[in-house]
Design a protein around this ligand. Structure first.
Ligand SMILES: C[S@@+](CC[C@H](N)C(=O)[O-])C[C@H]1O[C@@H](n2cnc3c(N)ncnc32)[C@H](O)[C@@H]1O
Length: 288
């Protein structure tokens, strides 16, 4: 079921991500390490190569955008889009600092028919599609702006039981906020596209052919549960949104509760490893 008021939902999402943009940008080295292998799989599935024009949807602070820019080279073009102007500001600055003039940005909701540019060789989305209340619409837009024979690929979280940290953070945040449990597959939620077959069905319905999916185990490895909690506290907008209405004492109690539960993932060698599984999906816009 879609949110009762999608516009209100989107405004809240935009504001919340704007607020966590700086934290997410600051966490880029940790995110980069966490997602190195899945990102290589994503860009490989989208067949990104020299001289191509690529659309990067829900690009955030641009970690994967920069990798795409390196792959397409100076003769290519990357258009990074995101609903959050604050995030794209970081993406622009990061691309500028890296000397990647082939990166361009545009604030836009993935679901809206706003891009007048088309004929892209590839369109990708790393950990953004599941946040769209209507991901099918977002895929239809990606399909629309691709050239025939162009490739689309996305990474999303798989089933809740394979991403136990996210489920635990969400459940604990909701309990402390005095809110009832939520359906993990409700549209727009972090785990919403982990519902079996849903993403494949959306790709096919959007018009993509040759749809393939791959499961990628992507544990988040950090020195301690406290480090992971720091990542969540500074950048995980969906959790921050839930705790946003609590006073600081109640919020601290929620964070302490989460940290204690996250200790269960402490390894015997002294490191911490949060299990995560992602789905990498790919499809092609048919020729003709
Ligand atoms: C988890 S972050 C991922 C950012 C980046 N792709 C990465 O992997 O580092 C999710 C991003 O999706 C963006 N987002 C959420 N809903 C969106 C929508 N409807 N349209 C476009 N971007 C959206 C947020 O602003 C945020 O930048």
């Amino acid at each position: 079921m879609l949110p009762a008021n999608p516009e209100q939902f989107k405004n809240a999402v935009r504001e919340a991500w704007d607020e966590s943009a700086s934290g997410w940008n600051h966490q880029t080295p940790a995110i980069h390490n966490w997602l190195a292998a899945p990102t290589a799989a994503l860009l490989g599935a989208a067949r990104i190569g020299l001289g191509m024009r690529v659309l990067d949807v829900a690009a955030g602070a641009g970690d994967q955008t920069l990798e795409i820019a390196h792959r397409v080279g100076e003769g290519g073009r990357v258009l990074a889009t995101d609903i959050s102007p604050a995030f794209l500001q970081f993406a622009r600055e990061n691309a500028h600092q890296a000397g990647l003039a082939q990166v361009h940005t545009r604030v836009s909701d993935a679901e809206d028919r706003v891009l007048d540019e088309n004929g892209f060789d590839a369109a990708v989305c790393r950990l953004g599609l599941m946040l769209c209340p209507n991901p099918l619409r977002a895929l239809q837009q990606m399909h629309r702006v691709l050239r025939p024979g162009g490739h689309a690929a996305a990474l999303v979280f798989s089933e809740p039981q394979r991403n136990p940290c996210l489920g635990m953070l969400m459940t604990t945040a909701l309990r402390h906020a005095g809110l009832g449990p939520r359906d993990p597959f409700a549209p727009g939620g972090l785990l919403s596209l982990g519902k079996p077959r849903l993403l494949e069905d959306h790709f096919i319905q959007a018009g993509f052919a040759g749809v393939t999916t791959e499961r990628i185990y992507a544990p988040f490895q950090l020195p301690s549960a406290r480090d992971y909690l720091h990542f969540v506290r500074t950048s995980a907008s969906p959790i921050l949104q839930i705790l946003g209405h609590l006073n600081s004492e109640a919020r601290e109690a929620a964070w302490a509760d989460m940290e204690e539960q996250l200790e269960v993932f402490q390894l015997a060698d002294g490191n911490w490893e949060g299990p995560n599984e992602l789905l990498r999906i790919h499809g092609m816009r048919p020729v003709g």
